[in-house]
Design a protein around this ligand. Structure first.
Ligand code: R5P
Length: 297
């Protein structure tokens, strides 16, 4: 790494990730002041003089409250650039709007392109995120984006399970189970999922899977309503799977998704700390620190 001085500035809700990154990389850490005005507009402020630093790493868990948390990031980036900081990296462990990475229906925006363009136009040097919905979607923006893959950390869950099978709930996530397979050698398969673009309802095409007597680990990037995992679990159980486990990086767990998943027969739920939940056991901070170390050379 260079001899440049970097500051890690995290928003309070993300200060655990920010301080771990700063400790790992030997950088100073500060927590940004932030509040909402009575009318709902955002306010941010650096509590220390940032002009003595060459580079800045802003850390924001942009969930829940994606819109205002993204706005906070934009204000912080603008302030830093305006004060002459030449290099500003933004860490968004969960990248909001990443699922709307194309126009699915006529008349829709490519929302991810909007987020990336705004950050790029403010002068961001790079965006670091974890397990983005589709890494190829970064092409919609003109800013350097780094996708941190958490998959080697998933291997711990598979240790000591002799009859494990990895399952992707759709073709779009197949690359994830292949990555977990590279670290574990555990066999994998996938289901074919269809989502109604208007109602959001998930259906799955049943297919022959060799899961009888097996413990199946469903790997996905996001658990939102839980519909995907629940549908997959029903199919897997009907085919004789003895246990179904769900592992996902970003657990939004909307509308008591966890209770509904457990009721549907899911034995365990494992989440990372991109969004802290009671199922969080995977810490992605060291992986983000590694990615930053490689960037800041
Ligand atoms: C979609 O393709 C994603 O990879 C996830 O499968 C999806 O976001 C999960 O959403 P839900 O929990 O609402 O089914």
């Amino acid at each position: 790494m260079t001899n440049s001085k970097y500051l890690v500035a995290s928003f309070e809700w993300s200060s655990d990730i920010g301080s771990e990154i700063a400790n790992t990389l030997g950088f100073t850490h500060t927590i940004l002041e932030s509040k909402q005005f009575p009318d709902g507009e955002s306010y941010v402020r650096y509590p220390i003089d940032i002009t003595t630093f060459d580079g800045l790493i802003i850390v924001q868990r942009a969930y829940p409250g994606q819109d205002s948390r993204l706005m906070q990031v934009m204000l912080a980036v603008h302030a830093a650039r305006d004060m002459g900081i030449r290099e500003v990296h933004v860490v968004l462990p969960y990248l909001p709007y990443s699922r709307q990475d194309r126009r699915f229906r006529d008349g829709e925006p490519v929302s991810l392109a909007v987020v990336l363009s705004l950050l790029s136009s403010l002068g961001v040097s790079s965006i670091i995120t974890v397990d983005v919905h589709k890494p190829e979607a970064f092409k919609v923006g003109n800013v350097r984006c780094v996708n941190v893959e958490p998959f080697r950390l998933y291997a711990n869950n598979l240790r000591n399970v002799d009859n494990a099978v990895l399952l992707s709930p759709d073709l779009g996530s197949l690359w994830r189970v292949k990555r977990v397979n590279e670290f574990t050698g555990v066999p994998y398969s996938y289901l074919e999922k269809f989502r109604d673009r208007i109602t959001g309802e998930v259906t799955m095409k049943p297919k022959e899977l060799d899961v009888r007597g097996k413990e199946v680990f469903i790997i996905d990037d996001i658990i939102a309503t839980g519909g995907t995992i629940i549908e997959a679990t029903k199919i897997l159980k009907s085919m004789g799977a003895v246990k179904v486990h769900a592992i996902a990086t970003h657990c939004l767990l909307l509308n008591m998704a966890d209770s509904r998943m457990l009721e549907a027969g899911v034995s365990t739920i494992t989440c990372s700390n991109t969004i802290p939940t009671k199922y969080t056991t995977i810490n992605i901070s060291p992986l983000i620190a590694d990615a930053l170390k490689a960037l800041i050379t």
